[in-house]
Structures are given as structure tokens and as C-alpha cells.
Design a protein around this ligand. Structure first.
Ligand SMILES: [Zn+2]
Length: 127
């Protein structure tokens, strides 16, 4: 018997970072905490912890991109910048018909293989 459960696809996540000394949170991760100057070791991550960045967020700004890099199959894409409830901001794909600044969105993470090269995890914002 082969146990296939270990091959189950894990849901893709994008991690934000928290400085354990002062509690400041960041995304993306800085090399040095701007609140308390704690350095982050990019290999061990010592002194920092990570958490999944996801859930409710607010649309701060958005744009429609027409000149997509080679490898995309769509004509255009919407990109948005959102703010999460914890104050962190992130950019990603916006999948709403009629985007409006300030609208409430929900963030998920998908593994995108739309562009050439290895798949990457990207944020997708939906209503
Ligand atoms: Zn800090």
C-alpha cells in the first residue's frame, strides 16, 4: 500500500515576518527591523517569526496592465495594492469586475505558472 496523502497539495501561502524583539510586522521581510534595529539572518531567520498573510483586506490602489511580459496568455490583467487588517500592504492580482479604491476584498494565495520559469506564489484579491 502506498500512502498518497503525503502527496496532497498544500495550500500555497505567502509569509509575513514579525520581529520577536519589538513585535513589528513586515511584508516583505526587511534585513533589519526599522523599529529596533534587530538584524534578520536570511538563512536561520533567528529572532523573527513568520505568519501567513491572508484574509480580509482593503483595496488601496489598482491598475490595469496591458503590456504583459512574454509568457502571459491574457490580454490584460488587473493588479492591486491592498492593506490587510494588521496594516501590512501587499500587491497582487486583482480579480474583480469593477475595482474601486477602498473596497473590501479577500486575499488568497495561488501558485502561478502563467509566466515562464518556476511557479511562484502570488496574491489574488477577490470580492
Ligand atoms: Zn524589531
Amino acid at each position: 500500500m502506498i500512502d498518497f496523502s503525503m502527496y496532497d497539495q498544500k495550500e500555497p501561502k505567502i509569509e509575513a515576518y514579525k520581529c520577536l524583539k519589538c513585535g513589528a510586522i513586515y511584508y516583505p521581510a526587511p534585513m533589519v527591523c526599522s523599529s529596533c534595529d534587530t538584524r534578520r539572518d536570511p538563512v536561520t531567520g533567528k529572532g523573527w517569526e513568520t505568519f501567513d498573510l491572508e484574509g480580509p483586506c482593503t483595496l488601496l490602489s489598482w491598475t490595469r496592465l496591458w503590456n504583459l511580459p512574454e509568457g502571459y496568455s491574457k490580454k490584460n490583467m488587473l493588479f492591486g495594492i491592498v492593506e490587510f487588517e494588521n496594516g501590512l500592504r501587499a500587491s497582487g492580482q486583482l480579480e474583480v469586475d469593477d475595482p474601486k479604491t477602498g473596497m473590501a476584498l479577500h486575499s488568497t494565495v495561488v501558485e502561478s505558472d502563467e509566466r515562464p520559469g518556476d511557479p511562484v506564489n502570488v496574491f489574488v484579491f477577490t470580492q
